[in-house]
Design a protein around this ligand. Structure first.
Ligand code: AMP
Length: 553
C-alpha cells in the first residue's frame, strides 16, 4: 500500500494532467496482474469495482472508532481533526502521525510492516461483509495498525469514498493506455463494456482489450440522457422524423437473465431482485438470455400507477404477498444491452449496434404481460414533438426521452444521443433552519442547508417543519455572505450542525416530493437544490405544509 499511497500523493501534488498520467502509468507498469487490478480500482476512489454490487457500508462511526483506537487518541479527537479538514482520511493521518511523533519523542524507532494491495482489498471485503459493527471496527483497526500514516490515510479515503486527489476516471484510463502502449479509445471502449477498470487494465497488459464484454450478473452503468430545454432545441439536434420514447417515472433497472436465473439491478448497481419477485418471476420462463434496460413501475394489468404507489413497496427488502397483490409491479423495457441470437446460444453484446436495431431485437422477444415495450413515436416537427409530450403526460408519464436511432449504447455516459424533456420543475420557498460546513472546496463555509416549510395544520400554526437538506447552489460570493450571516445568527451548535435563526428564505427546486419519515414535515424532496435566495421574502411568506401536500397529490 505504501507505493500506491506515494503515487497518489504525487498525483495530488501536481495540477498538470500530463504529469498525473505519467506518474500513474510508471507505477501501474511496474505491478503484477493482481496488484494492478486492485491499484486501478482504488485510483477510481472505490474499494471495489464500480460494477461490484458490494457497497462500502463503512460508516463514519466505525472509521472514527478504529482510528481513535489505533492512534491511542481520546474519544472525540477524530471529530475535532475532521472539523479542521472536512476530510476523514486527513483526520486519520493527523492522529496517526501525532501517535508516531510522540513515540519517537520517547525514543522508540517507529516502523509499520505495510500490507500488499490484494491484502488491503481482502481486508476491505472482510470489513464490508462483517455483520456486527464491532467486528468492522476490529478489522479496520487491524489493517490500520500495519500501515504508516500516509497509506493509512489513503485506506480511509478509499473506504469512505472520498479520495479527492484530482483524478478523474478518464485519467486512470489514459494511464492504463500509456502504461501498456494501447490506444486510449480501446481502453475506454473496454471499460464501457465491462464497467471494471481493474479487469480492463489486466486485459490491456495482456493485449486482449478486444475481448472485453458485458457479462451477465455484472451490471453496467446505465446510459444517461441530457436535459433539453424545449422541443425546438431537440428538433435542432435530432434528424427528422425523431425517435421519441415516453419517459416513465419509476426506477431505472437492468434485467439480467440466463436460463431461469433472473436478477434486477438498480441505477447504482445494487441487486434489487428481492424487492421485485413478481417481475423477476415473470421473466424467468422466457426463452431468451440477455441484459435489458428499462424502468420498474407500479403497474396493474398494463396500466401504469402513480409513482407514489410504487413508493409504498420500496424500503422493504422483500415485499409481503399482501403488498405484492396490492401494488403489482411491471417493467417497461426500452433497450437491449446484450442478447442471445437464438435460444440456447451465448449472449452477444449489442453496445455497438444502432438503437434502431437494438429496438427491433427487443420487439422480437417473447414477453410476459408484466414486461412491456416503451411507447415510441416518430414526430417530424417541434409542434409534433410537443403533441407527443402532451400525449405522454396524458398517459401518466413524465415527458419524453428523444433518442438518436443510429447511436450505440454508451454505459454511464450522458451524451447528446438521448435528450430528455420534462415538465417544468416544481419549486418551494423554504426557511433555512440549520446549516453545516460543506465538503471539498466548500469546507470552510456553511454551505449545506436544512430547510423547512410552515406548518398550517390547525393547532400547529407558526411551527416550522423540515422538508429537506441540500448543498447550496448559490454563487461563492452569496455563500460567503450567508456564512457570515449564519455565524452571527447561530442559535445552537450541535457538533458540525448549527441551528440558525429561521429568517432566510430560499427557493428550492426538486424533481419530486413524497411522503417520508426522514424529515419533521413527513415529506422529503427528491434531488433538492437551492435555486436562489429569496431575500425579498420573510419566513412568514414561506410555503406551507398544505402546499407540499398539494404537490404530492
Ligand atoms: P432523470 O432521472 O430525470 O435524469 O431522467 C433520466 C431517467 O429517466 C433515466 O435514468 C430512466 O430512469 C428514466 N427513463 C424513463 N423512461 C425512459 C426512456 N424511455 N429512456 C431512457 N430513460 C428513461
Amino acid at each position: 500500500m505504501r507505493p500506491w499511497a506515494e503515487t497518489a500523493s504525487g498525483v495530488a501534488a501536481t495540477s498538470r494532467t500530463s504529469e498525473k498520467v505519467a506518474l500513474l502509468a510508471g507505477y501501474l507498469g511496474s505491478l503484477d496482474p493482481l496488484s494492478l487490478t486492485v491499484a486501478c480500482v482504488f485510483f477510481t476512489g472505490r474499494p471495489f469495482p464500480a460494477a461490484d454490487p458490494r457497497s462500502a457500508g463503512v460508516g463514519w462511526a466505525a472509521v472514527r472508532e478504529a482510528v481513535e483506537r489505533v492512534a491511542g487518541a481520546a474519544p472525540g479527537a477524530f471529530g475535532e481533526a475532521y472539523d479542521r479538514s472536512s476530510d476523514p482520511g486527513r483526520a486519520a493521518y493527523d492522529l496517526l502521525a501525532t501517535r508516531d511523533a510522540e513515540r519517537e519523542r520517547l525514543g522508540e524507532r517507529v516502523t509499520h510492516p505495510d500490507a500488499s494491495l490484494p491484502e488491503v482489498q481482502a481486508a476491505f471485503a472482510a470489513i464490508v461483509e462483517a455483520r456486527r459493527p464491532a467486528a468492522r471496527v476490529d478489522l479496520l483497526a487491524g489493517l490500520l495498525e500495519r500501515l504508516d500514516p500516509l497509506p493509512a490515510m489513503y485506506v480511509v479515503k478509499v473506504l469512505s469514498g472520498e479520495l479527492r486527489i484530482g483524478l478523474r476516471e478518464g485519467l486512470v484510463e489514459s494511464a492504463v493506455a500509456s502504461a501498456f502502449g494501447r490506444p486510449v479509445a480501446e481502453v475506454r471502449h473496454a471499460l464501457m463494456a465491462t464497467g471494471d477498470i481493474g479487469e480492463v487494465a489486466r486485459l490491456a497488459r495482456e493485449d486482449r482489450l478486444s475481448e472485453a464484454r458485458p457479462s451477465l450478473f455484472r451490471p453496467l452503468q446505465p446510459m444517461l440522457a441530457s436535459p433539453a430545454r424545449d422541443a425546438e432545441v431537440i428538433a435542432g439536434r435530432m434528424a427528422s422524423p425523431m425517435w421519441a420514447e415516453d419517459k416513465y417515472d419509476g426506477i431505472r433497472a437492468q434485467l439480467h437473465k440466463r436460463g431461469r436465473e433472473v436478477r434486477l439491478y438498480s441505477r447504482d448497481l445494487h441487486d434489487i431482485t428481492r424487492q421485485f419477485p413478481d417481475v423477476a418471476g415473470a421473466a424467468r420462463p422466457m426463452p431468451w438470455d440477455g441484459i435489458l434496460d428499462g424502468e420498474l413501475l407500479a403497474m396493474d394489468g398494463g396500466s401504469i400507477l402513480p409513482f407514489a404507489r410504487l413508493q409504498n413497496r420500496l424500503g422493504r427488502v422483500a415485499p409481503s404477498p399482501a403488498m405484492l397483490a396490492e401494488v403489482p409491479a411491471g417493467y417497461v423495457t426500452f433497450d437491449a444491452i446484450a442478447l442471445s441470437p437464438a435460444p440456447g446460444e451465448p449472449v452477444a453484446p449489442l453496445l455497438d449496434v444502432p438503437l434502431a436495431e437494438r429496438r427491433a431485437r427487443l420487439e422480437s422477444l417473447e414477453r410476459p404481460a408484466r414486461i412491456v415495450l416503451g411507447h415510441l413515436e416518430h414526430p417530424d416537427s417541434p409542434g409534433a414533438l410537443d403533441e407527443a409530450f402532451d400525449a405522454s403526460r396524458a398517459r401518466g408519464n413524465e415527458g419524453l426521452v428523444v433518442k438518436d436511432p443510429a447511436s450505440g449504447y454508451t454505459p454511464g455516459r450522458r451524451g447528446l444521443a438521448w435528450l430528455k424533456l420534462k415538465k417544468a420543475l416544481a419549486t418551494l420557498d423554504c426557511v433555512v433552519v440549520g446549516v453545516e460546513v460543506g465538503h471539498g472546496k466548500r469546507h470552510g463555509v456553511l454551505s449545506d442547508y436544512t430547510f423547512a416549510v410552515r406548518d398550517d395544520r390547525p393547532g400547529h400554526e407558526g411551527a416550522l417543519v423540515t422538508v429537506g437538506k441540500a448543498y447550496s447552489g448559490l454563487t461563492d460570493a452569496e455563500i460567503a455572505e450567508m456564512t457570515h450571516w449564519f455565524e452571527a445568527h447561530t442559535l445552537k451548535r450541535l457538533g458540525r450542525y448549527r441551528l440558525v435563526e429561521p429568517v432566510v428564505v430560499v427557493e428550492v427546486a426538486f424533481d419530486r416530493i413524497q411522503a417520508s419519515t426522514r424529515h419533521g414535515s413527513g415529506y422529503a424532496m427528491r434531488f433538492p437544490r437551492i435555486a436562489r435566495l429569496r431575500l425579498d421574502k420573510g419566513p412568514d411568506e414561506a410555503d406551507t405544509l398544505s402546499a407540499v401536500a398539494a404537490l404530492t397529490a
